[in-house]
Ligand binder design. Sequence first.
Ligand SMILES: [Cu+2]
Length: 158
Amino acid sequence: MKSIIAALVFAIGTLTVAVAAADSSGITVEHAWARASPKGAVTGGAYVTIINNGSSDDRLLGVSSPAAERIQFHSETNDNGIAKMVQLQTIDVPAGGSFTFKPGGTHMMMTGLKQPLREGESVQLLLRFEKAGTVEATARIGKIAAMSDPGNQAGSAN
Ligand SMILES: [Cu+2]
């Protein structure tokens, strides 16, 4: 009987360790998408939802892509009908919380595009977090003025 209890305690101990390891980075990136760039444009908008199911706060430090020279975070505010963009250095993603980049709100601005962003194609994003490290996401490219993830639109042309 004693040996069975010992085995059980050992099994539970192992399980706890496994859960703790998975919990150390609870960051997932969902709904990565971008807007098609108009002809000749050198900038483009990219959007993701970051979910933090971990037990500690994390912070998005930067994003890069092989398709752009750099990616900035811009928050957009409406000041008496005039849209203003302010650059943010980092994005906080609290434990148990999430952050959504979206058109008209905080967005990722790809600058120095190396190739046009074409609807129906995709672009790689590398998100660098303070604790979770680098998380890769594939952004689907939607229409020029798309307002949401093209993968989520009913009646998508794809
Ligand atoms: Cu912007």
